[in-house]
Design a protein around this ligand. Sequence first.
Ligand code: CBH
Ligand code: ZN
Length: 397
Amino acid sequence: MAPKKGLLQRLDEGVVIGDGGFVFALEKRGFVKAGPWTPEATVEHPEAVRQLHREFLRCGADVMQAFTFYASDDKLSNRGNESSKKYTCRGINDAACRIAREVANEGDALVAGGLSQTPTYLSGIGKEATQAEFKKQVDVFVENKVDFLIAEYFEHLEEMEWAIESCCKSGLPVVATMCIGPEGDLHNNSAGECAVRMAKAGAHVVGLNCHFDPFVLLEAMKKMKVALDEAKLKVHMISQPLGFMTPDASKQGFIDLPEFPFALEPRICTRFDMHRYAREAYELGIRYIGGCCGFESYHIRAIAEELEKERGSLPLSSEKHETWGKGLKMHTKPWVRARASRQYWEQLKPSSGRPYCATMSKPDNWGITAGHELLKQKTQETSEVEIQTLQALKTKK
Ligand code: CBH
Ligand code: ZN
């Protein structure tokens, strides 16, 4: 078999489809605990992680992002139960890479290793200690020969830059996404400024993930594009939004919504929302188009179906899903058969079925999570292990 084309070449030549939200999907299936959101499932239930990768692959994902979210040692120590001691950063990341590679090789997908924000950064102990956490993950990714790295879900631009710097040392292509929206990061850096600084820090692909719905996220992406163009920076763009509608979210996105994380279901985007998202993202010039929390495989399939012409093929799972609901022509009931058209689904305003629900919520507004708050909170309610880790790191400095 010919060697797979790399990420940057694929982006230069066409479009790359990402996968969806692993922690949210696996939490619903019973393999991830909301709160810590750590990915020990790669060791405890590899079959569940493998199956989720397969679903995304079958639905058109070109990237198998190894399930390594929050899998830095400092974060893993905050799981508040016995299992926290059994698994290490190395063990979890290594297992994640192997599973992702196994499934990627069942198709033509690439494998990405992912890094995310760390408690060490929040505790304010500085660059060296924070990058020491990143390095441990990057080392495992390099050993496993992943195709590229994704530094995702950073909300402080400074930590994002440190993560990019750590990733760049690998020599692999680096994708960087912040979980901010049109209002910028928590230190009043605009979305545009963030994009420019991510590119200047060395990222090859820059953009956003999580925290906001596809359409709010694209508003922020527009600002990033303007700033990148003005600064004459030639990098590719990526968007991986939520699969939930969040027009009412404030600066920190869906975390502040009262429904986060257990009652977001009424906000789930339909597959047809994702057709619109894929088209608008493509027209904006974004070439790495994927999803984050709330995105299930059928949402990814909708992106792949919308971009059928651009990609030159349909995903495997479209054999069970004719584009725009045309499979309904085979339904026994005539009024359901009548729904087998693009026009029908495109204009539909789906009902919520919840007569007492408001369309919008009032977000909580807690502002920035700071290190001292984290320590205080830990002393009150979370694991001894992490307090010790943080304190040890502090004295080391
Ligand atoms: O799970 C995934 O697919 C990751 N690539 C991204 C997760 S984004 C954030 C999840 C919630 C975090 C929190 O509440 O702390
Ligand atoms: Zn997310």
